[in-house]
Design a protein around this ligand. Structure first.
Ligand SMILES: Cc1ncc(COP(=O)(O)O)c(C=O)c1O
Length: 442
């Protein structure tokens, strides 16, 4: 597949932008090779600058639930833009978008922001402001955007005070962040036993999707989210569910649609912006009333509730009917079965995990389940890289990292699915070859 124009674009991009990209994973560092520069997208397809048509399994990392350039979304966007692109004053559409979120998720009030990062940053400030406490619990491998306090290195199963995960984040910033192992209830109990009166909030991805897909585990009939909500309440802390990735995507009501756990506060993004920069944090009225201008916790934004982004989000939620979710559920199930069959036929050890319609493939050996980051980190990223490139060579664009979910859309029709399914055996054999090279060098 010719990618000369993409390579030339990458060369040029690297001279004007660090690493040539505006978000690190786009640079293909985790899989090697040169990233494709995208010229346009339609339905389930991306078209790169060399003219290659690629079936898109990223969907902009979640937002494009309806596929690219959906006519209903485009019409809403064009109409909104024709009326002016930003006012810095309230609009009716913002109220409608908040109401649409409230209709699907267990929240009473919504504050719109511009990115998932802004949502989680603001929700932590709010939780700390409400409780008057400093500490925040997060889980290793859960990504909540590049919020300083949440970019903390993974701790062990016990409560360890986190070290900064990146230069530029000071030890003081993360000193109040506890990093625990996902799905590890003993670790959470221990953290609360030790720091219970200092913990403002536990923040978790509603279902983990940024270390591969790891659903909250159910033990003795109680899901991990229900367990977290209870232990928070027992200690006067707030339970914050980050549904930026899962919200309005993995089901109509996100992970809440699966486990029914009502958090104190929630964050949303991606789908609710319809491919534009829009996100939100939300929760019970008594908690949200602590925000300015009603309460004392300050939060603001020049472009918050931007009319074009709001129109795109509203149109997307309107058009995301039960049929849309039923279609994505069905093709997700088909694809999981096909991936499993192809990898099994090629003898490649792996685990496929899903939360609703979002799934990922872990190239792990010797385990039949991946419950946490430590297990996910045991996967062979080289095997994934071989699989990824073999798919790309056949016109299928998977996430360029083994730690990401595969995103489908309502626009993935029989033709797109056929393209993916027919590429799988070759990619599975490429993965098998990479695996045997690795085993030979061990
Ligand atoms: C669960 C979760 N929270 C927050 C974020 C941050 O969102 P954004 O990239 O819009 O800042 C992401 C982004 O992938 C996410 O997956």
């Amino acid at each position: 597949m010719d990618d000369r124009l993409s390579r030339a674009a990458f060369e040029r991009a690297r001279t004007v932008t660090p690493g040539g990209v505006n978000s690190p994973v786009r640079a293909f560092l985790a899989v090697g090779g040169s990233p494709r520069f995208i010229a346009r997208a339609h339905g389930p397809y991306l078209y790169d600058v060399d003219g290659n048509e690629l079936v898109d399994l990223i969907c902009s990392w979640g937002p494009m639930l309806l596929g690219h350039a959906h006519p209903g979304v485009l019409e809403a966007v064009n109409q909104a833009a024709a009326h002016g692109t930003s006012y810095g004053a309230p609009t009716l559409a913002e109220v409608d978008l908040a109401a649409a979120i409230i209709e699907r998720a267990p929240v009473e009030q919504v504050r719109l922001v511009n990115s998932g990062t802004e949502a989680t940053m603001s929700v932590l400030r709010l939780a700390r402001g409400i409780t008057g406490r400093d500490m925040v619990v997060k889980f290793a491998g859960c990504y909540h955007g590049h919020v300083d306090a949440l970019l903390a290195a993974a701790g062990s199963g016990v409560a360890t005070l986190a070290l900064p995960g990146t230069p530029g984040v000071t030890a003081a910033t993360t000193a109040d962040t506890l990093v625990l192992s996902y799905n590890d209830r003993a670790g959470v109990r221990e953290a609360f036993a030790r720091y219970g009166d200092r913990i403002a909030a536990v923040i978790t991805e509603a279902a983990a999707g940024n270390m591969g897909v790891i659903p909250p585990a159910v033990e003795d009939g109680i899901g991990f989210n229900a367990f977290l909500a209870q232990i928070c309440h027992d200690h006067g802390a707030l339970f914050v569910s980050d549904e930026v990735m899962t919200g309005f995507r993995i089901t109509r009501a996100g992970q809440y649609g699966i486990d029914g756990v009502v958090p104190d506060l929630m964050t949303f993004g991606k789908v609710m912006g319809g491919g534009f920069p829009a996100a939100a944090f939300a929760g019970r009225t008594d908690l949200m009333q602590h925000l300015a201008p009603v309460g004392g916790v300050y939060q603001a934004g020049t472009l918050s509730g931007n009319p074009v982004a709001t129109a795109a989000g509203l149109a997307t939620l309107d058009l995301a009917t039960p049929q849309v979710y039923a279609h994505i559920d069905r093709i997700s199930q088909t694809l999981r079965a096909e991936v499993t069959a192809a990898l099994a036929a090629a003898g490649v050890p792996h685990v496929v995990q899903a939360a609703g319609n979002l799934f990922s493939v872990f190239f792990v050996s010797g385990v039949d389940r991946v419950p946490d980051y430590a297990t996910a980190a045991g996967q062979s990223t080289q095997t994934y890289a071989a699989f990824f490139h073999a798919m790309l060579d056949q016109g299928v664009y998977l996430p360029p990292s083994a730690y990401e979910g595969w995103f489908l859309s309502a626009a993935h029709d029989d033709g797109a699915m056929e393209r993916i399914v027919s590429a799988l055996p070759t990619a599975a054999r490429a993965a098998a070859r990479a695996q045997s090279v690795l085993e030979g060098t061990r």
